[in-house]
Design a binder for this molecule. Sequence first.
Ligand code: ZN
Length: 397
Amino acid sequence: MNSVQPNHELSRRRSRRPWASVGSLIAVCALSIAVLLVAKPFGFTVLPRPANGHDPVGESDQVNEAGQYAPRQLSPLEEQRAARLSQAAERPNELGTVPIIMYHVIGEPESEWVRTPDNFRRDLERFYQLGYSLVPLQAYLKGELDLPAGVSPLVITFDDATIGQLRLITEECEHSETGISLERKVPDPDSAVGILLEFSRQRPGFGHSATFFVDFPAPFEVPDEVVDKLELLLEWGMEIGNHTYNHRDLRDATADVIQTELGRLSAEIEKLTGQRPLSLALPYGSYPRDPANKQYLLAGEYQGIPYENLGVLLVGAEPAPSPYHQGFNRAAIPRIRGSEEELSKWLNYLESSGTRYVSDGNPDTIAIPEGRQDEIADTFAGIYELVVLPEQADTSP
Ligand SMILES: [Zn+2]
């Protein structure tokens, strides 16, 4: 196996700024001081952040002490993934399905709606080993999937903005020159965000994209930290989605109520962060019963302020269609519950059926197996070049 194989994963996505490691703490602190003294003399500051979901290996990992490029030694897990990706790259299928995982509580003890931090780590490891990388939900919804050859996309979502998804802890650090002791807030390493950031730092090419479907009064449960947390998520390249303002069941809601619930949440997030949510997860998975009201899930207006959603996510219960497939319906996108049973069931199914999306490595083309040309959604017919791959003889024993 080629020892630099995973760097291929990075070829089209160069590093913005690698996530700060413990080793760079002092340097980070020096930066923090500048922020503290200038902007927040008595407040807290936060870690610098990678801007995109695919923070590849830090450049420092590839440069030795003499300043020369030095390929990193791969771990057995990385070797396994690399072997898998090079094999998968021979049979891309961009009409395959995409698992969109739905988590609620990250904490103890494990139950139907609770995933423990350790199990969440194991989930990430499993996704990585199986050849998945995390993609931003909006990239999926817009049909702008851009992954290296052989990689399969996977989307992670969190509902309800519970504290275990993003908990901040106070960390002490010292200025490298003045020795002044400082406090700053960082993600708890056992919260979902802390786990994601650490995992993506250790596993180049995997990314840490995630979408958080929030509701009020206090997303992530600590009122004083709401704005900081929302801003941090966006700065880390994560997404904030709409989960209605009051976690409202929309089954019997009127057009006015739907627009109030969605528009108020959207306006509030925009007021706090400058960005509007562009996706919706339905509380309880409840779809409006009146067909005339379904349009307000995708677009509407509240107090003169418009809102829109590129996609509406359901609560159950299967892998989602490729965004390039004619079966893709942005008003009803299925998710897979992030529980042991459901995850295993669907990951195993995707593995054995060979139905999952596999990238061809070229963002300007849609690669599909021969005979499936009719399944492409009309929307994309003229946008991407179609690459039809001839049927391959099965050489497996
Ligand atoms: Zn919910």
